[in-house]
Ligand binder design. Sequence first.
Ligand SMILES: Nc1ncnc2c1ncn2[C@@H]1O[C@H](COP(=O)(O)OP(=O)(O)OP(=O)(O)O)[C@@H](O)[C@H]1O
Length: 390
Amino acid sequence: MSTIEFVGVSKTYPDGTRALQQLDLTIESGSCTVFVGPSGCGKTTAMRMINRMLEPSSGTVRLDGTDVSTVNPVRLRRGIGYVIQSGGLLPHRTVLDNIATVPVLSGESRPAARAAALRLLDRVGLDPTLAHRYPAQLSGGQQQRVGVARALAADPPVLLMDEPFSAVDPVVRDGLQAELQRLQAQLRKTIVFVTHDIDEAVRLGDRVAVFGRAGRLQQYDRPEQLLSAPATDFVAEFVGRDRGYRGLSFRSADAVPLHNVRTATPEELRGLRLDHGEWVLIIDELRRPRGWIDPTGVAAIRSGRSVAESSSAAGSLFPVGGDLRQALDAAVSSPSGIGVAVHDDGSVAGGIDPDEVVALLATQRHAEDRARNRRFFAESESGRSAGTAP
Ligand SMILES: Nc1ncnc2c1ncn2[C@@H]1O[C@H](COP(=O)(O)OP(=O)(O)OP(=O)(O)O)[C@@H](O)[C@H]1O
């Protein structure tokens, strides 16, 4: 168990800057909590109080019920991994020795720590051939993965991550986020994650704390609540205009109908007879989508153009079992207007009609409204009968 509590915590820096005001927050053991907010709103200040890199001006931070100010900082930090932007690696040590640093300092033998470090490399999705490189010989995304491996090396129950993925490009960031989700599903650490990026917060957080100006907590909630019911104008503005779209990622698309899609292999394209406006999905030998083609494309192929020149790239793909955001995005990004659903192995499962995705959303909302109404009337009914009880 590693519950973290902030009780009435404030921080004013010596120059008078109020970085945090009366923060009350409980972070549940084994959960990922994201601190998000604009620059300068006290996210990092709050996080650094957990491992005593900073002390509160007033209030208490507790880890498993113990006031951290009573725990020796070195001992405290043994149980708290820390990941920062760009990995924070030691430049003159190899990847393996960077990961093994803390275990060796804690008394583990170097060979044992290196062997464990090699296993961790695999765990964070890195090739073992990188083990003997120096940090400068790695890409930003690889450095970041090594940073995560290093923080995990001592197997701490708590992991603090301060904007760990903000220095890498969006594609690499997406991979790192997916990797962290996968790791967390196995490890169930208590993670506190700081970011500016609301998308990252909503994706990674079991709970999200939105900080506002002068370090005031605006809302602490599950991500879907944050998107559907922002507590203040500040939160509504911060979560942004796309919040309706983002909120779709918390809705199941299981009930979206999958339709048959007309498919063809590249070899079959030349002989296709298509109606005006009709699209065919090009698939490879494993039935994985490779692109779309319409009558103009088929004519181009017959006139000697290549398949690549004559077809349009496939849109985003909807993994069967995915959410409404993925379903709608697949449909909207597809040149044919038909979203492509795929099985785990990448093969085509069927086509999705965007109108039916929107209709499913409407059905889900209707059901929620009805349930809310029923609850409301049941509660007011029980309130009335309680009021009339003798
Ligand atoms: N040592 C310090 N002395 C004075 N003011 C500081 C100090 N460290 C931080 N601050 C100020 O405290 C406020 C909160 O800073 P903090 O780093 O916690 O914010 P943040 O939300 O993490 O911001 P960012 O996202 O930009 O990192 C800011 O106004 C910052 O300028």
